[in-house]
Structure formats: structure tokens, C-alpha cells
Design a protein around this ligand. Structure first.
Ligand code: TMP
Length: 234
């Protein structure tokens, strides 16, 4: 499937139309941003890692009954996906305290939760993606009640599947962000799952193997992304 004109360019990806109105081509870039766009840079070959990792994980999720937009890998940096209408929410699941959770509540990083936490941010760059609750989502008509329930059910299912998979690869799934879309009237998982959108720590050493290396200037960023894909492909 050939890509036609670009429909959208985001911070890490470009989306192209195809001759089939129900399919898009997503192209993964090496550009990285953090802190709501204040920090910018490139992570060499990040687009290749994120394209491949998303493909592996979306296929795993399909096998485990989580409907998602992935269709097929097209090249090192491109994949064919279903053309969804994105629900403007970031769905964040946490298994261990870190990042904005630790900052907001003054909690150390590394508290292992008995149950995963779930929170939403409203995808609106100009507002800095503020936290939003269920009743506000319904008030703003960002999703219907049944859709919101389905998003939560699927997000928790994704967590179960991925936690187990990463653990077999010697990685702890600390937290991650998902985005969902509507396709033929149904909620399906969309966007990407990669070291940009997950926190992954080495199971033995707790070394950070994700975008926190870029956000916090920890060095060895490219190596961390490559190490994650190496383990997933083993
Ligand atoms: P946070 O601790 O900064 O809220 O991030 C939680 C998880 O969500 C972390 O794995 C990184 C991911 N995330 C994104 O993918 N995009 C974003 O814009 C933000 C804020 C977080």
C-alpha cells in the first residue's frame, strides 16, 4: 500500500493517507521531545525501534484479544494501520510509582502498587495535557460512558498482557500511556507502544531502559532503546 499525502505530523510520527480511506501509513521519526515540547532532540534509530516494537506488541495484543489498529509492517520505519478517529485522551496505567505520579504526590519512585492505577490526561498541547476525570470526560463529551468503560477494560487487559511479556524478557513494566480510537463504531487501541511511551526498568538492576534517559539526560539513550528491542526479539 503506497502512502499518499501527509495528513498529520506529530512529535514522533507522520501519518499519511493511502488510496484506501480506511487505512493510514504511520512513519516513525527519530525526533524526541519531553516536558511538553520544551526539550527537543533526536535519538538515532529510535523510529526503527519504535516501529518494530509497536508491531511486535500490537500483534501480541491481537493474539490476546485486544483489538488494535495495527495491520502490517511496511518497512523499517513504516507500518500500515486502520484509520481511526482518535479519542483525545492519554490513558496512563501505572504498576510502580515514578515520573509525574511521584512528583505530584511527593512519593519516592519504585513503590510497587498492589493494583494498577489508571488515570486520564486530556490531549490538548496548548493546555499541557491536563489530568482529567471520568465525569469531566463525559461532561466535555470526549467519549460516551460505554466507550470510557471499554477503554478502561482494554487498558487494564493491555497491562496484564504486557507486564507478563516484558517480565519474560527481564523487564519491569513500570507505567505506560495508551491512546484509543474509534473504528467502525468500536473502540480499538491505536498510537504506539514503545520506550517513548512506557517506563521499562531492568528486572535485576532497575536500570532505566526508556525515554527517561533522554528526559533526565542519563546518557546511553540509543543503547537503551536497542537493548529493549534486542530482548523483545530474543
Ligand atoms: P508521567 O509519569 O510523566 O505522567 O508518564 C507516565 C507514562 O506515560 C510514562 O511511561 C511516559 C508516558 N507518557 C507519554 O507517552 N506521553 C506523554 O505525553 C506523557 C506525559 C507520558
Amino acid at each position: 500500500m503506497e502512502k499518499l499525502e501527509m495528513l498529520y505530523e506529530g512529535k514522533a510520527k507522520r501519518v499519511y493517507r493511502t488510496e484506501d480511506p480506511k487505512l493510514y501509513v504511520v512513519q516513525y521519526k527519530d525526533d524526541a521531545t519531553a516536558n511538553n515540547g520544551l526539550k527537543r532532540g533526536t535519538i538515532e534509530d529510535k523510529g526503527i525501534v519504535n516501529n518494530k516494537m509497536s508491531a511486535i506488541l500490537f500483534q501480541l495484543l491481537t493474539e490476546n484479544g485486544v483489538p488494535n489498529h495495527f495491520q502490517e509492517l511496511l518497512s523499517e520505519r513504516e507500518q500500515l494501520v486502520k484509520a481511526v478517529e482518535i479519542v483525545p485522551l492519554e490513558v496512563i496505567i501505572r504498576n510502580v510509582s515514578a515520573g509525574s505520579f511521584s512528583k505530584r504526590y511527593g512519593a519516592v519512585e519504585g513503590i510497587v502498587f498492589d493494583e494498577p492505577t489508571l488515570e486520564f490526561s486530556y490531549k490538548k498541547d496548548e493546555l499541557g495535557d491536563p489530568l482529567i476525570n471520568d465525569s469531566h470526560i463525559l461532561g466535555l463529551k470526549l467519549a460516551k460512558k460505554e466507550e470510557l468503560e471499554e477503554i478502561k477494560r482494554l487498558a487494564l487487559k493491555v497491562n496484564e498482557v504486557l507486564k507478563d511479556f516484558f517480565s519474560k524478557k527481564g523487564l519491569k513494566l513500570i507505567d505506560f500511556k495508551l491512546e484509543f480510537g474509534k473504528y467502525d463504531g468500536k473502540i480499538i487501541l491505536a498510537d504506539e507502544i514503545s520506550p517513548d511511551t512506557c517506563r521499562l526498568w531492568d528486572a535485576v538492576t532497575d536500570e532505566k531502559l526508556d525515554k527517561d534517559r533522554f528526559r533526565r539526560d542519563l546518557g546511553n539513550i540509543e543503547e537503551a532503546y536497542k537493548e529493549v528491542i534486542r530482548r523483545l526479539e530474543e
